[in-house]
Design a protein around this ligand. Sequence first.
Ligand code: SAM
Length: 179
Amino acid sequence: MEVWLKSKGETVLREIGIKEGQEILDFGCGSGTYTQIASKIVGNEGKIYALDNDEESLNELTEKIQTQKITNIEIIKTSKEIGITLKDNSLDVVLVYDVYHLLDKEDRITLLKEIYRILKDKTGFLSYFATHIGYHGIDLEEVKKKMENSGFKLVKEFHKPMFHWSWIEEGTVYSYYKK
Ligand SMILES: C[S@@+](CC[C@H](N)C(=O)[O-])C[C@H]1O[C@@H](n2cnc3c(N)ncnc32)[C@H](O)[C@@H]1O
């Protein structure tokens, strides 16, 4: 776990397509495990928007940002309602990691619409870490259909050791681009 957090996680995110200078939304960032790794990769020229509705998690992330003097993470605290205050066609990547299953059916569709709106045409991609398959009404084939119906096409699929909750597990991450 420590090795993953210190170095392997960065390798994994780079393999998934996170690069220097990108602007990324970490939707449902929690206390920011992926936010922090991505912030290291994108560097001073890039930016991470860390969005969550949970105050406690965001306070934890704020503390880490302050102690580590990180300058490229902006926190967005929301109500649970899906509505993202970022511009159209402005982001390189949206991370949807271990959060999709927590949304109800309507919110899943609203979220995909919002992600479609804010991602850059052609180069922007939605990175979906598929967790809790078979639970919370998550049927992978249905998720894939929803993505397709929301204007996305599946371009790549990665099988990687991923941080999930408080452990590392083999996970699948899908890259969806706008059609
Ligand atoms: C299981 S945690 C995953 C955190 C992080 N993405 C990770 O992989 O480590 C799910 C997070 O999604 C957030 N969340 C759930 N529903 C949300 C919503 N409607 N809007 C924003 N955040 C939400 C929760 O507050 C929680 O912090």
